[in-house]
Structure formats: structure tokens, C-alpha cells
Design a protein around this ligand. Structure first.
Ligand code: SF4
Ligand code: SF4
Length: 72
């Protein structure tokens, strides 16, 4: 199953928990700031996402959704 995290960057508070929890290390913090004045989470290599859902589960503000799509 392929997929990727969709991040509501405007609501991200920059806690970095999703960065720490991702087993394939594809979550990182942006170089730029959102309207809250924090660097927000970004997925830097969607191709490697296993759709494990860990980032979405750990996010305290539930601003990540992991979408899955069929291969092919
Ligand atoms: S779903 Fe899993 S592999 Fe994909 S970005 Fe989130 S923590 Fe990483
Ligand atoms: S866990 Fe949620 S609030 Fe924290 S950096 Fe990741 S997306 Fe932002």
C-alpha cells in the first residue's frame, strides 16, 4: 500500500514529535515559518512512506492525516 502524510501546516505547532517517531525518517521541519511563527512539519520523501500512521497518531493536535492509495 502506497500513501503519504497530509499535513495541515498552518495548524502545526512545531513540536517535532512526528519527526522523531517516523521509522523511515522522512519527516522534517520546514525552513520557513507558518502564521503561528513556527517551523512546521514537512514530508521530505513521500516515496518512502510506509503508511504506518505513526506520525498521525503521535501528533498532539491531529494535524496529520495519512492517505493511502492502491498501487498500479
Ligand atoms: S505514515 Fe509512517 S512512514 Fe509515513 S510519514 Fe508518517 S510516520 Fe513516516
Ligand atoms: S507532531 Fe503535529 S504539531 Fe508536532 S510537528 Fe508534527 S505535525 Fe506539527
Amino acid at each position: 500500500m502506497r500513501g503519504k502524510p497530509i499535513i495541515d501546516t498552518a495548524k502545526c505547532k512545531g513540536c517535532e514529535l512526528c519527526v522523531d517517531v517516523c521509522p523511515v525518517n522522512i519527516m522534517a521541519m520546514s525552513d520557513t515559518f507558518n502564521k503561528q511563527g513556527v517551523q512546521y512539519a514537512v514530508c521530505i520523501d513521500e516515496e518512502k512512506c510506509t503508511t504506518c500512521g505513526a506520525c498521525a497518531i503521535i501528533c498532539p493536535d491531529m494535524v496529520i492525516k495519512v492517505i493511502k492509495y492502491e498501487q498500479g
